[in-house]
Design a protein around this ligand. Structure first.
Ligand SMILES: Cc1ncc(COP(=O)(O)O)c(C=O)c1O
Length: 375
């Protein structure tokens, strides 16, 4: 990840707000937050209150919660000094009222919908909200942001979104008193394709985790930050004509040595996204040639046979006699859907640093440790 951060920082001389949405894109948000803090990043973006609280259990940091809170969640934002995203006049009124009652200042970011069509204040409503915020003694406007809906595929539309946002910025600047406000818009794709969108900070997720948001091959030599590994837990030989797994959709054509891995669709297996045309072609070709998916063993690919189950999957070992119970295999899996309760193991410069599981950190010897001095 450090390598990717350096590439990002080299590309744009603008502060980076690392995005740790969806459990840091599956990597385990609390440990990623602790690592980023050790690298000087103490302002991070997350998707929900729950995620923010998970991170704060491990590492103190400033967190912008990118989805608007439910009214009932607001007290926890004050209690934990979280920065809420305000996306409607009603929510602003709720935050303002609570801040007054508690006599506690809160920093907020306003989200404007410049074309995404999901969350956000309509552009024509922004100025009146800012006037209200200026009059509210306990509200501090930390930022105004928008989100691009097609930065990797539709530059003209992205430019129109940016144009709307910059026009708003001009109008807000003309009001005066908002010089301190951070204006932000760029995600990974816009960061690469539209330098004029960098503004006061860039919100980067995809690039940080070593993936390209663009359909073509990545422009840089990004480092992969993720692998899903498991072990073979069982091996046996089935006679010819024996069915394998649910639905009996696969039958052995000859006596077949098969193995079982303790991973299934409940862990995210077979939810691999077809993100880029290049990957889609590669996968389609791979499947066309082999007729099936596989997991990777140092001895070679082990084809998946039968249906992937909820928690177990069978693989064909007939071409790889040197595979044994306990051997490690690499499974191709979508990182964001990999269950949060699967242990995450972290390596730094090739050495195992720690494991994170069930809200606890463990060292190489399996002892519980604290995050202090971890990185
Ligand atoms: C509001 C917001 N900003 C930034 C990002 C980061 O996007 P990317 O992963 O393309 O860098 C996301 C991710 O979904 C987001 O929702």
């Amino acid at each position: 990840m450090e390598h990717n951060i350096k590439l990002i920082e080299r590309h744009g001389q603008v502060p980076l707000l690392p995005i740790l949405k969806s459990n840091a894109y599956g990597h385990g948000a609390p440990i990623v937050a602790a690592f980023l803090r050790s690298k000087g990043f103490s302002f991070l973006g997350v998707s929900s209150l729950e995620e923010a609280l998970d991170i704060l259990q491990i590492t103190p940091t400033s967190l912008l919660v990118l989805a608007p809170p439910l009214p009932a969640q607001l007290p926890l934002f004050f209690q934990h000094h979280l920065l809420p995203t305000i996306s409607s006049p009603e929510l602003l009124a709720g935050v303002s009222q609570l801040a007054k009652e508690r006599r506690q200042k809160i920093t907020i970011h306003l989200k404007v919908d410049t074309g995404f069509g999901r969350l956000g204040i309509a552009p024509e409503g922004l100025l009146s909200l800012i006037k209200q915020i200026k009059k509210a003694p306990y509200l501090h406007l930390g930022g105004i942001f928008t989100h691009f809906s097609a930065a990797s595929s539709d530059t003209a539309f992205t430019q129109r979104q940016l144009h709307t946002f910059l026009k708003l910025k001009k109008d807000v600047d003309a009001l005066g008193g908002c010089d301190h406000v951070l204006w932000h818009a760029a995600n990974s794709a816009a960061f690469l394709t539209l330098p004029s969108s960098h503004l006061d900070l860039v919100r980067i997720g995809t690039l940080l985790y070593g993936q390209s948001p663009l359909p073509q091959i990545p422009p840089w030599d990004l480092a992969e930050t993720w692998q899903f590994k498991t072990r073979i837990i069982h091996i046996r030989t089935l006679p010819q004509g024996h069915s394998v797994g649910y639905g009996r959709v696969y039958r052995t054509k000859k006596p077949t040595r098969m193995g079982v891995i303790p991973v299934g669709y409940s862990h995210g297996l077979e939810l691999e996204p077809l993100t880029t045309p290049w990957r889609q072609i590669k996968q389609a070709l791979g499947q066309g040639l082999k007729g099936q998916n596989h997991v990777l063993h140092p001895q070679g690919p082990l084809p998946i046979i039968g249906r992937v189950g909820m928690g177990l999957t069978s693989v064909d070992l007939s071409q790889t006699p040197d595979v044994h119970v306990g051997d490690c295999v690499t499974v191709s899996m979508r990182r964001v859907t990999a269950g949060a309760n699967i242990p995450r193991v972290y390596y730094l410069q090739g050495e195992m640093k720690c494991m994170f599981w069930n809200h606890e950190i463990y060292n190489q010897r399996g002892r519980k440790i604290s995050s202090r001095g971890l990185f």
